[in-house]
Design a protein around this ligand. Structure first.
Ligand SMILES: Cc1ncc(COP(=O)(O)O)c(C=O)c1O
Length: 396
């Protein structure tokens, strides 16, 4: 979160006794940078969304669902055909057979799945472990639930790897949830089989539930396989695994995601989900169910994004930015210390204003900003957009 204060109203509404919620939170950094980028006509490599459209075949499936009259409320846990299609996909990829009836819930994007899971599973007196840098909704979810966040930094010197010893040391009698996000936004770090084993070992004998945000599950590079926690029977038995169609099908604006969890955890999560949104867009769910039958779109995703990563990283090598290793997601971090010694937020503004390219300061993913002179670029863009941005970055 950026430290911009919300404008205060001249006529403040009477608030609850505890005062306003999330008093530290201003407008998210993504909105701030996108607004600034629009104002300056900058190329927006800040916010994480593609500048190309989703497949016309998928759009056609959604249109057909609307025309077939699928326009009223969906069942609360999701359209059965979509939950079945998700079950088939997850079993084929990771070998865990979730029961669509009692273990899969369709949500309003991954964001709402995360909110519902945190609200359902953590409350006052509970601790939730979060790895930083962290996606921006994690800490607000924990705070709104009344729980306490225990923040552990990823090891920047080791490619933002997880220090499992630090995680083990942070687990105590109050630890309720461990939030993970791999492939990782913003760093592009991924887990491997050894990480899953380490995680399995350190959680053995604890009551800790893993909330694993795997929205970039299909964007893993260099031939690696995504290390989903659902691959491990021991971990999947204690995990809520969240994903999103937005990232996989270039349709971030549809805000449809899902979560898989053992039946007792799903039952708790649905108690919250039903009052948060009740149900998610019916025609989009039907369209996605029809589309998911063909695995081609997501099988082809790693090569599609790897080519973009390589194009962008190659281009950056002719600039004063230094790209850090990006093993997954559609983000790459770049060190700009050879170019400027401005702090990250000031640098990101300067880059928009003077060179017409928007990026996100990595410090925004920390509760107490850590300034390493690193910004995040999103390469989910047409090649022509990337080339135009690179020309500007090379001139900086
Ligand atoms: C790590 C991570 N989790 C969750 C989300 C939110 O996903 P959705 O748009 O499906 O709510 C994002 C979106 O950028 C993300 O990067």
């Amino acid at each position: 979160m950026i430290a911009t204060a919300c404008p205060s109203s001249p006529h403040p509404l009477p608030g609850p006794g505890a005062g306003p919620r999330l008093p530290w939170a201003g407008t998210t950094i993504f909105t701030v940078m996108s607004t600034l980028a629009a104002r300056h006509g900058a190329i927006n490599l800040g916010q994480g969304f593609p500048d190309f459209d989703c497949d016309p075949g998928l759009q056609q499936r959604v249109a057909e669902a609307m025309q077939a009259g699928h326009n009223q409320y969906a069942p609360m846990p999701g359209v059965p055909a979509l939950r079945e299609a998700i079950a088939v996909k997850v079993a084929a990829l990771y070998g865990r057979a979730y029961d669509p009836e009692s273990e899969i819930t369709v949500t309003a994007g991954a964001t709402q799945a995360i909110m519902a899971a945190v609200f359902a599973l953590a409350g006052p007196g509970d601790e939730v472990i979060v790895l930083e840098p962290a996606y921006d909704c994690y800490l607000p979810a924990i705070e709104l639930a009344g729980a306490t966040a225990v923040r552990i930094p990823l090891d920047a010197a080791r490619g933002y790897a997880v220090d499992w010893d630090r995680v083990r040391a942070a687990i105590g009698p109050r630890t309720r949830l461990l939030m993970l996000n791999f492939p990782h936004n913003p760093t592009g770090a991924v887990l491997d089989a050894a990480d899953l084993q380490a995680l399995e070992a350190l959680l053995e004998g604890t009551g800790v539930v893993v909330l694993s945000d795997e929205v970039y599950e299909h964007i893993v590079f260099d031939g690696a396989a995504h290390a989903s926690v659902s691959r491990s029977p021991a971990l999947s038995a204690r995990s809520v695994v969240v994903s999103s169609f937005g990232k996989t099908f270039h349709a971030t604006g549809w805000k449809v995601g899902w979560c898989c969890a053992p039946a007792p955890l799903t039952a708790q999560l649905r108690r919250v989900h039903q009052f948060m949104v009740f149900a998610v867009s019916t025609p989009v769910q039907h369209g996605l169910a029809a589309w998911l039958g063909d695995p081609t779109p997501y099988r082809f995703l790693p090569a599609f994004y790897q080519a973009k990563r390589d194009r962008f990283v190659d281009g950056l090598s002719a600039s004063r930015f230094r790209a850090l290793p990006a093993r997954g997601t559609y983000f790459v971090l770049a060190d700009y210390s050879a170019l400027s010694d401005l702090p990250e937020q000031a640098f990101a503004r300067w880059l928009i204003e003077h060179h017409g390219v928007a990026a996100i300061p990595v410090s925004a993913f920390y509760r107490e900003p850590v300034d390493r002179r690193v910004v995040r670029f999103c390469f989910a863009k047409q090649d022509s957009t990337l080339d135009a941005a690179l020309a500007r970055l090379q001139a900086a």
